[in-house]
Design a protein around this ligand. Structure first.
Ligand SMILES: Nc1nc2c(c(=O)[nH]1)N[C@H]1C(S)=C(S)[C@@H](COP(=O)(O)O)O[C@H]1N2
Ligand SMILES: [Mo]
Length: 220
């Protein structure tokens, strides 16, 4: 029998309340200063360069799938239609590429990573995520970086579907870290209890990649 007093999505609400109590993702680790929009060593560009491994995997919205698995209570397997039916967020943020270009005011639309976390419910011992992409690319993030309040799984940019060259149908966007952490052509999100460095992280890039601390390479 339905309880008329229960909030409509009580499992989700309980999870979010618990996180709020624990301050689970609010560890103060985001170092982006209010008064310094352009990180050190960066220059502004108005165009949007394309950078990747040189392979653009052909993934239509019809064929695209997202798998979310590993250290989670509720693994998620979505088609694009199912993904697009989730709560939508719009965030405007800056891009900072390790190759020293930055681009301001990018308008993204998609699923906030915090809403994805509410859906898949990371286990208590989950600490890291690895993003897997359709071109074989991988990149790793600490859970609190993945859960940044302006991070999202984006399907649109400037009100238009994300183009193939920029990672469509869906890419990750984590604005407070260098852009190599923002995996294009997202295929899967794996939750882990131990860190597992990705494609560039095992090739000399910094494990975290904070632009304001100039964490470009592993010795920085
Ligand atoms: N799947 C995938 N994602 C990727 C890459 C890649 O090669 N494959 N390159 C990364 C790097 S190094 C950068 S700088 C940005 C570039 O994104 P853009 O081409 O949209 O500017 O994508 C990141 N995400
Ligand atoms: Mo890059």
């Amino acid at each position: 029998m339905a309880d008329d007093n229960a909030p409509p999505d009580s499992k989700l609400t309980r999870t979010k309340e618990k996180w709020a109590r624990e301050g689970r993702f609010l560890t103060g680790k985001i170092t982006r200063p209010e008064d310094q929009r352009l990180p050190p060593g960066q220059h502004l560009t108005k165009d949007w360069p394309v950078l990747d491994l040189g392979v653009t995997p052909p993934v239509s919205r019809e064929r695209w799938r997202l798998d979310v698995y590993g250290a989670v209570e509720t693994p998620v397997f979505w088609t694009f239609v199912e993904f697009a039916a989730q709560k939508q967020s719009r965030f405007t943020s800056d891009i900072h590429c390790v190759t020293t270009w930055s681009r301001y005011d990018n308008e993204w639309e998609g699923l906030a990573t915090r809403d994805l976390l509410a859906a898949c419910q990371p286990r208590e011992d989950a600490r890291f995520v690895v993003l897997h992409s359709y071109d074989g690319y991988t990149t790793n993030l600490a859970l609190e970086d993945f859960a940044a309040e302006d991070a999202l799984l984006a399907h649109s940019w400037s009100g238009e579907p994300l183009t193939e060259e920029h990672g469509g149908p869906v890419r990750l966007v984590v604005p407070h870290l260098y852009f190599w952490k923002s995996a294009k052509w997202l295929q899967a999100i794996e939750f882990l209890t131990e860190d597992a460095p990705g494609f560039w992280e095992v090739r000399g890039y910094h494990n975290r990649g904070d632009p304001w601390a100039e964490q470009r390479y592993s010795g920085d």
